[in-house]
Design a binder for this molecule. Structure first.
Ligand SMILES: [Mn+2]
Length: 322
């Protein structure tokens, strides 16, 4: 490479004009004080075709799912008003504090730089005691996100996806969106891995994943076991990280994604499985990836992704002061 070292310093994160669920913006991570912290990753340099997931964070921010968290809108830390849940008659997420930390500063044509910035942001969010919710971006961002959880020994990864994402490389690149779970498996602190909802794969990554002792639950097996049965099959672990590729859902409900595969799960199947996972270990972080708004003609994909984030947070953070 030629050229002088870049001037700087440049920020790891950049503020955005709108926020996830209307949560207050946190412009300085050192000041972060919240139960939940959102990090957008407008990155799709890991896609093999059909880019567009770089617009995912703002797509999910704009989906709002009728602003479930119900923040008053001030630019300081505010507890969520929560939302009335018709089924339970409770105000879920009431009193839970959340912050939008903005987007990772994705400099073009420098994957290492973007990945390092995401890893640092996740580490700093964890250092402030908040629960990171990383919103991609294509699935390649899961590796730098998980890398930031190095303080947790034996972190189990629960991976919802139509694809294995376990290829050693793609055309010689180790960091494309077909390899992030393989890269996570190589991290010394990552323990059991469960792939859930798989319905297309090459033989070799399947054998290599099984060879490591990972669990694979196909879409057809999911149907037979049911959402609770699948969750019960996930190995018990001290800490869990959940990575949710929106393409685990059927394209009829989530068409806005880079590599859709026919015959996927329904929203309720994924939701019900997510709700059971806290029984398998302490969930310490999550990501939602592969929402690609350019293909999301009815905005159902971004909306479904936003809804699933709220559904999981609602079981992880009980309402306060009931
Ligand atoms: Mn994926």
């Amino acid at each position: 490479m030629t050229g002088e070292a870049a001037h700087g310093p440049w920020p790891d994160l950049q503020p955005t004009s709108r926020t996830f669920f209307g949560a207050p913006l946190c412009a300085k991570l050192d000041d972060l004080s919240a139960d939940v912290a959102f990090i957008g990753v407008p990155f799709d340099q890991g896609t093999t075709n059909r880019p567009g997931a770089r617009f995912g964070p703002n797509g999910v921010r704009d989906a709002r799912v009728y602003s479930y968290a119900g923040f008053p809108g001030e630019e300081t830390v505010q507890p969520a008003r929560g939302y009335y849940d018709l089924e339970s008659g409770r105000w879920l997420l009431r009193g839970v504090t959340m912050a939008d930390c903005g987007d990772v500063n994705v400099a073009p044509a420098d994957v290492d730089l973007a990945f390092d910035r995401l890893t640092r942001a996740v580490q700093r969010v964890l250092g402030r005691g908040a629960f990171p919710v990383v919103v991609g971006g294509d699935h390649s961002v899961t590796y730098p996100a998980v890398r930031g959880f190095d303080r947790f020994t034996s972190l189990a990864v629960v991976h919802f996806d139509a694809h294995m994402d376990y290829s050693h490389d793609y055309q010689g690149s180790l960091y494309g969106h077909g390899s992030p779970i393989r890269r996570c498996a190589e991290l010394p602190f990552v323990g059991p891995i469960s792939h859930i909802g798989i319905r297309t794969a090459r033989q070799r990554p399947v054998e290599e994943s099984r060879g490591r002792g990972n669990l694979i639950v196909t879409t057809e097996q999911f149907r037979r076991l049911g959402p609770a049965g699948v969750a019960a099959a996930v190995p018990q672990a001290e800490y869990l990280y959940i990575t949710l590729d929106i393409d685990v859902l059927d394209p009829t409900s989530a068409p806005g994604t880079g590599t859709p595969v026919i015959g996927g799960l329904t929203y309720r199947e994924v939701r019900d499985c997510l709700r059971e996972l806290p029984r398998r270990g302490r969930v310490v972080g999550m990501d939602l990836v592969e929402v690609a708004p350019p293909y999301d003609w009815a905005e159902t994909t971004a909306r479904t992704g936003a809804q699933l984030i709220i559904d999981l947070l609602s079981v992880l953070f009980p309402p306060k002061g009931e």
